[in-house]
Design a protein around this ligand. Sequence first.
Ligand code: BEZ
Length: 211
Amino acid sequence: MTLQLGDTAPDFVAETTDGPIRFHDWIGDHWAVLFSHPKDFTPVCTTELGEVARLKPEFDRRDTKVAGLSVDPLEDHHAWVGDIAETQGHALNFPLIADPDRKISTLYGMIHPKADDTFTVRSVFVIGPDKKLKLSITYPASTGRNFDEILRTIDSLQLTAKHSVATPVNWRQGEDVIIVPSLSDEQAREKFPGGWKALKPYLRITEQPRD
Ligand code: BEZ
């Protein structure tokens, strides 16, 4: 069955480049990103993992742990990581999960047989501290992901979780946000004492909450 937003992200145990993990324990009280890459020793994956290593402080700032995954065995991961540091200038600083029996890939629906029946596609799952799936994105193997966009989605998800606001099209950190429709005007007055601009009764724009 397809994993849907709001579902509990399946728990699993796995071998990783940082040692064994039990996924839910590893997440703890943090946010998490789990992303699959099709195969070790491939060019696009090499660039992506270098970029995530470079962006690690940005994930940390968002209290978000990151883990990559492919169906390759742990020995291959260990053999490959030197290439990432050498060619991308950033050494791996987060766990890469080995999934040679495809147990985790299958649990998360990361293998799309009509695209490729062996390797994973480029899945991204953002998981909240409650272990619920908050966001998923799927790219084909040939398209490297934009991890700035993934950071942007985490900013949006965390604002919604904390402040009952949604983010409009092409929103960027610091820009105005939208009061969620489920909040009545009366409830909104309590939460947003600075007020809002109502372009329509359902389209209420307010400054991005600061904390
Ligand atoms: C890559 O990472 O470069 C890649 C992997 C599988 C298919 C196409 C490209």
